[in-house]
Design a protein around this ligand. Structure first.
Ligand SMILES: Cc1cc2nc3c(=O)[nH]c(=O)nc-3n(C[C@H](O)[C@H](O)[C@H](O)COP(=O)(O)OP(=O)(O)OC[C@H]3O[C@@H](n4cnc5c(N)ncnc54)[C@H](O)[C@@H]3O)c2cc1C
Length: 472
């Protein structure tokens, strides 16, 4: 229906102009487009760090929209009444948005779509957050994939449309609806002074994301096969932060990886495979949304994991387990808002195995602290590490942080970079930890480094015993 009425473009996790298929289509209609972001039930569930990072991303996206003659209208939720009010105020006859497949979005969006359609409006969700919609990739029997390798084989040859260009201009409505001030939402409030520590490490906005991708392909992709496992090296793309908020599209990243592979760049195939892990996580989250709540393998429901937020869990959170590699990774998270993938696997293994604590405790804490928080990858990662997930590492495969350190941080550079107590003259990042960590913990740099919370040998045996008893 092209009556010249505005289209409301409901912005969610797609803070970008380029390769934003729905936005491009809206622009191409020639009708006024009103981009709106809602502080709604989707924002309410965010932890401190992802919420702060969202605020930074929204500010950058508002600037990008201004560059194409548009604006980002901010409104308070919940979503449905907020959109209905905007429709009434602007005369919009269409509400379009980029589709998301996490349980919170699906519930909200289904309700919104049904209600708007019932009022005779055009309500459309448009793909863009993934390479392929989760129901498009099917096994030979028509089901969904539970194991990564066959999923990769199914996805690798599938055509991925080329990214679409950013609209050069978005037609503005005759009158812009009023909106909230981003600063009034105080999205960074829960981060406290930690926000200042993390900010220099964040790479915010679409332009920065594209620059990051270009730098990765130019400088690091050749060594990606080996360097991606080394927390002491800057060997990965860092793009998870941008993919999470949609500051860059997965198609853009995929095509950059494909081009590099065509040019014979050695790490390109592995990079594409890693990107497909993200895809696999969303495939699983769509088909088994309970993955964020319950053991993916129901037989794990009776495993004697503790869910108590006790003193031991606090020490894990504080990066004071006395196991240097675990502590370095936890502190990396407070200082940079991110954690190296190897660090994530190691701290998750230590929590769920040596400490016998439920993966949900760790998953929820990551959701609080990661600026690249992604509901699908986080849930899959935790269940993978705990052994309860699909295609998971077996429970009896217990990471030994000392062996991991010898292999992947042989000169202790990563450990010293983040654990001040391990150096005579700690660097700025190690010292920043005490400013970044929650003030209520009362941690100070002069506190002595603690003895191990759970020794590696003892913890491993305890985990194996618990597993043995559980299997019987
Ligand atoms: C316990 C645990 C929790 C995790 N939580 C998150 C999370 O909340 N958000 C998140 O984005 N990733 C999560 N991951 C996956 C992974 O650690 C990060 O995606 C990766 O460290 C991001 O760094 P990068 O962008 O430099 O990755 P690169 O090595 O450059 O990889 C490129 C892209 O591929 C995808 N990718 C790479 N590895 C994985 C993986 N193992 N699983 C899913 N996708 C992957 C990411 O989108 C990444 O940006 C988790 C992993 C574990 C083990």
């Amino acid at each position: 229906m092209d009556d010249g009425s505005p289209i409301l473009w409901w912005v969610r996790r797609d803070l970008r102009l380029s390769d934003n298929p729905g936005l491009a289509e809206a622009a191409a209609t020639g009708r006024p487009v009103i981009p709106v972001f809602l502080n709604d039930e989707g924002v309410a569930v965010l932890g401190a760090a992802p919420r702060w990072r969202l605020g930074e991303g929204l500010a950058a996206f508002a600037r990008a929209l201004a560059g194409v003659g548009s604006r980002l209208v901010l409104r308070d939720g919940p979503a449905l009444p907020a959109l209905e009010r905007l429709v009434a105020e602007t005369g919009a006859t269409a509400v379009w948005w980029g589709r998301l497949c996490d349980p919170v979005s699906r519930t909200r969006d289904a309700e919104v779509k049904a209600a708007l359609k019932a009022r005779g409006l055009e309500a459309r969700s448009i793909p863009g957050h993934l390479l392929h919609e989760p129901w498009e990739v099917k096994t030979g029997q028509g089901g969904f994939y539970r194991v990564y390798t066959p999923f990769w084989r199914a996805v690798a040859p599938r055509e991925v449309p080329a990214p679409v260009a950013a609209p050069a201009h978005l037609r503005a409505p005759d009158i812009w609806p009023d909106g909230a001030e981003l600063a009034d939402w105080r999205l960074g409030a829960a981060m406290g002074p930690g926000a200042e520590v993390v900010a220099p490490h964040a790479c915010v906005g679409e332009q920065a994301a594209h620059a990051r991708l270009a730098a990765f392909v130019a400088q690091r992709i050749d060594a990606y096969d080996s360097d991606r496992d080394r927390p002491d090296r800057d060997g990965t793309s860092g793009l998870s932060e941008n993919l999470s908020l949609g500051e860059i599209s997965p198609r853009t990243v995929w095509h950059a990886g494909l081009r590099a592979r065509e040019e014979g760049r050695p790490g390109a195939e592995t990079f594409l495979k890693e990107l497909v892990w993200r895809e696999f996580a969303w495939h699983l989250l769509y088909h088994t949304p309970e993955i964020t709540e319950r053991n993916w393998r129901p037989e794990w429901e009776g495993f004697p994991w503790s869910q108590a937020e006790d003193a031991a869990v606090l020490r894990w959170k504080q990066g004071r387990t006395g196991i240097a590699l675990v502590d370095a990774a936890m502190r990396e998270m407070y200082v940079t808002g991110r954690m190296h993938n190897r660090g994530r696997m190691i701290v998750a293994s230590y929590l769920t195995k040596h400490m016998l604590v439920h993966w949900k405790v760790g998953m929820d804490w990551f959701a609080e602290c990661l600026i690249d928080w992604d509901p699908a990858s986080n849930a899959m990662g935790w269940q993978w590490a705990a052994g309860s997930g699909p295609d998971a590492t077996p429970y009896f495969r217990i990471f030994n942080p000392d062996t991991q350190a010898e292999k992947f941080d042989p000169e202790a550079r990563y450990r010293r970079r983040f654990v001040a107590e391990l150096s005579r003259s700690p660097g700025a990042e190690a010292l920043a930890f005490h400013r970044a960590a929650p003030a209520r913990w009362g941690l100070t740099p002069d506190m002595p480094y603690p003895a191990p919370l759970v020794g590696l040998k003892e913890g491993r045996q305890r985990a194996l015993d618990a597993y043995g008893a559980f299997k019987r």
